[in-house]
Design a protein around this ligand. Structure first.
Ligand code: HEM
Length: 516
């Protein structure tokens, strides 16, 4: 199957590829809208300086303009793909708690102050409301033939609770994850073979980020579908390459729909079309994979511990068939980039700590399959991973809508306030961690004050916490251990990081694997 089939996406007949039926057909209006936006942007540029600092809100924050709110910042002062730096800058300018305004007038409160953050993260909500990604919501609601809901990641309230209860018990079960360890060992070994193949004589591996993405795909699909899909074979199939690339496009389109001009809400802009194309391509590929896995499982005897998660989901009579399929899609897309980025960040940070790499190696057997007990007996592995999540989490903030009023310091936030809990930024503040901006895994073994583990939340917090956490931690521990059994990791220079709705390495990443 060729890459072109997926990337260019020439749809097969049964696939209905249509751009946005739910949107108002204002085909005559876009020019007018564009002219208005251009005018507003020009006005923004003129007004910015004069209004800065004079806004009479109770919380500090950048000035909001009519119709644009504070989004003009992302069209002038900041770059969308450097959002993490933009927020660091805003925390410096406005303090550890400030407010932004969306073009629709909604206030978004950003928090990086420890007590406030701990308060937000501790909220014991039964149905925590994480604001959905609007573009996903709009599109999925326009396709009731395919989606019975907007999916676990974007659904709210009782519907979310129902999905969460019926979809995640397998994924979060220690039994399921433990049952996956032998296969995960095989996947990690195949990843090492791929690294060996791509490694130049001087030890350099170019495009390491692409390889980790393939590793993410292979392991997440393996876990969900119970089958090896060949993403780690030297020559990746067109389908695998296409899936990897559309998942990236999907994340980027979500980022741009959120922080960019909201024109897609009024007309089917190219951003909206890109999003629809990526969503439909992912749906098509994952559907194919599921069908293949289903027919394979019909012919094979199932070992209960290893029964594919999705087959168990398919067997659940409490769920609508459309929700079952979308759940598998959402699990796979939620898992690929996050896992791959975290592995790149982990190795990059560790490359500056040859001593810690040596320490990890000394705590492990020299080769072979690794069992959970062996990993547990190597505390330096856990410390290395924890510290990477503290310093460079791929999801640097968590979004919530407060379901009850909350007083933080002298500010009272009403119920319904949209809050961004910047756990990543808070973890890099000196008042929260000893030598906060340094990668020091030892802090997780011999605690040095200040130390605020409660604000390290790379997988979120509470009932909406990432259901993939247990699996991801195991996989990162295992792959790190296996890499360091073979090589020392070196990296020249600094890793360039960008915001693709998640923090991601700006590709291509090259690192050096040096024989011990
Ligand atoms: C390094 C890897 C990963 C990281 C850092 C990560 C991080 C996160 C974060 C921060 C959230 C939001 C939690 C909150 O709002 O409290 C989340 C949600 C979610 N993640 Fe992950 N994730 C990772 C891998 C995975 C994997 C492998 C899967 C599936 C196999 C997955 C599935 C999900 C789902 C379905 C949600 C939505 C849960 C809900 O709203 O109830 N994630 N993840």
């Amino acid at each position: 199957m060729s890459v072109r089939r997926y990337v260019a996406f020439i749809p097969p007949v049964k696939l209905r590829y249509t751009t946005p039926p739910p949107l108002v057909d204002w085909s005559g209006v876009p020019t007018l809208v564009l002219a208005l936006v251009a005018f507003l942007m020009a006005a923004t540029a003129l007004l910015t300086r004069s209004v800065e600092g004079k806004r009479p809100t109770r919380l500090p924050g950048p000035p909001a303009l009519p119709l644009l709110g504070t989004r003009w910042l992302f069209w002038s002062r900041y770059k969308m793909n450097k959002l993490h730096e933009a927020y660091e800058d805003m925390f410096r300018r406005y303090g550890p708690m400030f407010v932004e305004t969306t073009p629709g007038g909604t206030m978004v409160v950003s928090i990086a102050e420890r007590t406030a953050l701990e308060t937000v993260l501790r909220i014991p909500a039964k149905r925590p409301y994480r604001p959905p990604t609007e573009i996903v919501q709009v599109y999925r609601r326009s396709r009731p033939d395919r989606y019975a809901s907007t999916g676990l990641v974007n659904e709210q309230g009782e519907k979310w609770y129902h999905l969460r209860r019926h979809l995640t018990s397998e994924l979060t079960s220690p039994h399921t994850i433990q049952g996956f360890i032998p296969e995960l060992n095989n996947i990690c070994d195949d990843f090492l073979i791929l690294l060996k193949t791509c490694r130049r004589p001087d030890g350099i591996v170019h495009g390491f980020d692409q390889l980790t993405n393939r590793m993410g795909l292979e392991s997440v699909c393996g876990l969900m579908l119970g089958t090896r899909l060949g993403f780690l074979e030297r020559r990746m199939s067109g389908r695998a390459a296409a899936l990897a690339s559309v998942v990236k496009a999907h994340f980027r389109a979500q980022r741009d729909s959120y922080y960019g001009a909201p024109l897609w809400k009024f007309a089917p802009t190219s951003l909206y079309k890109t999003f629809v194309r990526s969503e439909e391509t992912i749906h098509m590929i994952v559907s194919e994979l599921m069908e293949e896995a289903k027919s394979r499982s019909r012919g094979a005897a199932q070992d209960d511990g290893m029964q594919e998660i999705f087959l168990k989901i398919l067997d659940n009579p409490e769920l609508d068939m459309r929700d079952k399929k979308v759940a598998v899609i959402d699990f796979i897309t939620a898992g690929i980039e996050t896992l791959a980025n975290s592995l790149v960040f982990l190795l990059y940070l560790l490359s500056g700590r040859a001593d810690w790499q040596q320490r990890i190696r000394s705590e492990l057997p020299s080769c072979g399959e690794l069992r959970v007990e062996q990993l547990a007996a190597a505390p330096s592995v856990r410390a290395a991973v924890n510290e990477a999540f503290r310093l460079l989490p791929t999801a640097p903030f968590l979004a919530r809508l407060l379901d009850a009023p909350m007083t933080i310091g002298e500010h009272r936030l009403p119920a319904g306030t949209f809050v961004l809990a910047h756990t990543g930024a808070a973890c890099r503040r000196e008042e929260n961690f000893w030598r906060a901006n340094e990668y020091l895994p030892e802090r997780w073994i011999d605690v040095r004050e200040p130390h605020a583990p409660a604000i390290v939340a790379p997988f979120g917090r509470g009932r909406r916490m990432c259901p993939g956490k247990r699996f991801v931690e195991l996989e990162l521990h295992l792959i790190l251990a296996k890499i360091l059994q073979h090589w020392r990791v070196e990296f020249d220079g600094e890793l360039d990081i960008q915001f693709d709705f998640l923090l991601s390495p700006k590709s291509p990443v090259s690192l050096r694997l040096v024989e011990w």
